[in-house]
Ligand binder design. Structure first.
Ligand SMILES: NC(=O)NCCC(=O)O
Ligand SMILES: [Zn+2]
Ligand SMILES: [Zn+2]
Length: 481
């Protein structure tokens, strides 16, 4: 099975140029003009289209058991919806219940992910601590290709990490050459504010953002960053939603610390007014953590992406339908937290980012695939158009448009936070492992064809940090008496 992508403009994070791309055996085999291809090779006309690396969504939660229910999107439906929007890889999360052996949780998630139609990988959450967790982190890195661990600083009495666990786990990450990541919100503060707001008689979804103001996020982001600094380990902050945490990241980066930030398409594009809507289902449909913020924060996030202080974009795709959201009808703190977006991230970011001139097409590739591939050490296998790379490619029509709606989307959820928005920039064809999985509006994904992507430890960040540490090793003072 081979495919020639003919006549397009290749767009990578560095360059744009006219070339044909020949794919066979799941890989890019040749790039250039007048390529020699075997007879019978399928030809896809890419005239007027951009040929870009398929999107990598580094933050999804397919079929996550969470807050008393299970996310409605599974690995097959979710990866298929991603393909329809030009995303060809996800990094999802293994989230062990407190005291659950980490390896049991890992095998459970791996089994669920077998049905994925496109490639996938996992961050593993550290939700509790003992010697077995220390050991299992080693097994995951050395035997299973896991190179990142997630720490929830929120969700008290469930999966929240205390500072002691952060310190233990970040130190272990350093030993293993793995990237620690954080969901930065002060869970004790959220818990306290939820109680206060409920006591005031505010029980609807408008209580959700009131219980999670930006200080809650800024404090936690700064704390995690300073812990990482003291331990000399890099840090990746997921779903940065406000100026305070962006400032903490920016400050640290200006001081030479290796801190990375991810922003969600939803946080860039949706504002907090959604929680004031009189329709309960509509307001609850937007309940996710951290919540959507004001325009001031949205503007700051766009600038963070433009300046490079935020490097990646994601969705935190975590689907709950109206009947699931209704679990919190009497108490906003019981509304399952999560919103969808895997199908729309690329189009929304093109429309708001590239079509408006905030990002160049090359920067768009950086923030939708290449930077995530580099940070999580799967570059250039993923996130690049280069010979030898996986043939995960999107053929993009910069001028095509579509109107987003839950009635027509492929995501397994009855709600869309971008409902009614017409976006410019659409995926016309998506290739996963060199096969067309989305073509001219037809979804051709096949259950179970996605592969688990093993991610080696010790990305280049660690190399640089180790050299720096070795040169600045503290020494005991030699005294004569
Ligand atoms: N974000 C969210 O509201 N739900 C999924 C879990 C998480 O990432 O915090
Ligand atoms: Zn989170
Ligand atoms: Zn998440």
């Amino acid at each position: 099975m081979s495919i020639l992508i003919k006549g397009g403009t290749v767009v990578t994070a560095d360059l744009s140029y006219r070339a044909d791309v020949y794919c066979a055996e799941g890989k890019i085999q040749a790039i250039g003009e007048n390529l020699d291809v075997p007879a019978g090779c399928e030809v896809v006309d890419a005239g007027d289209l951009l040929v870009m690396p398929g999107g990598i969504d580094p933050h999804t939660h397919m079929q996550l058991p969470f807050m008393g229910t299970v996310a409605s999107e599974d690995f097959f439906t979710g990866s298929s919806a991603g393909a329809a929007g030009g995303t060809t890889s996800i990094i999802d999360f293994v989230i062990p219940a407190p005291q659950q052996p980490i390896m049991d949780a890992y095998h459970q998630w791996m089994d669920w992910a077998k049905k994925s139609a496109t490639d996938y990988s996992f961050h593993v959450a550290i939700t509790w601590w003992d010697e077995s967790v220390y050991k299992d982190m080693g097994t995951l890195v050395q035997e299973h290709g896991i190179n990142s661990f997630k720490h929830f600083m929120a969700y008290k009495n469930a999966i929240m990490c205390e500072d002691e666990t952060l310190v233990n786990s970040f130190s272990r990450c350093l030993e293993l050459g793995a990237m620690p990541t954080v969901h930065a919100e002060n869970g004790d503060l959220v818990f306290h504010l939820q109680k206060k707001i409920l006591e005031r008689g505010i029980t609807g979804p408008e209580g959700h953002p009131l219980s999670r103001p930006t200080e809650v996020e800024g404090e936690a982001a700064n704390r995690a960053i300073r812990i990482a600094q003291a331990l000399n380990v890099p840090l990746y902050c997921v779903h940065v939603s406000c100026e305070e945490s962006l400032q903490a990241i920016t400050r640290a980066r200006n001081e030479g610390q290796r801190v990375y930030g991810e922003v969600l398409a939803g946080h860039l594009e949706i504002d907090e007014s959604v929680y004031q809507n009189e329709d309960w289902d509509y307001a609850a449909g937007h309940v996710m953590s951290p919540p959507f913020r004001s325009k001031k924060h949205q503007d700051a996030l766009w600038k963070g992406l433009q300046s490079g202080n935020l490097q990646t974009t994601a969705t935190d795709h975590c689907c709950f339908c109206a009947d699931q959201k209704a679990m919190g009808k009497k108490d906003f703190s019981m509304i399952p937290n999560g919103t969808a977006g895997i199908e729309d991230r690329m189009s929304v970011l093109w429309d708001s980012g590239v079509a408006s001139g905030k990002l160049t097409p090359n920067e768009f590739v950086g923030v939708t695939s290449t930077n995530a591939a580099k940070i999580f050490n799967i570059y250039p296998r993923k996130g690049s158009i280069s010979v030898g790379a996986d043939a995960d490619i999107v053929l993009w029509d910069a001028n095509g448009s579509r109107t987003i709606s839950a009635k027509t989307h492929h995501q397994n959820i009855d709600f869309n936070i971008f409902e009614g928005r017409t976006v410019k920039g659409i995926a016309v064809h998506t290739l996963s492992q060199g096969k067309l999985v989305w073509t001219n509006g037809e979804l051709r994904t096949v259950r179970g064809t996605g592969k688990n992507i093993k991610r080696p430890a010790y990305g280049s960040t660690f190399d640089a940090m180790q050299k720096h540490t070795a040169q600045n090793e503290p020494k005991a003072v030699v005294r004569n008496k």
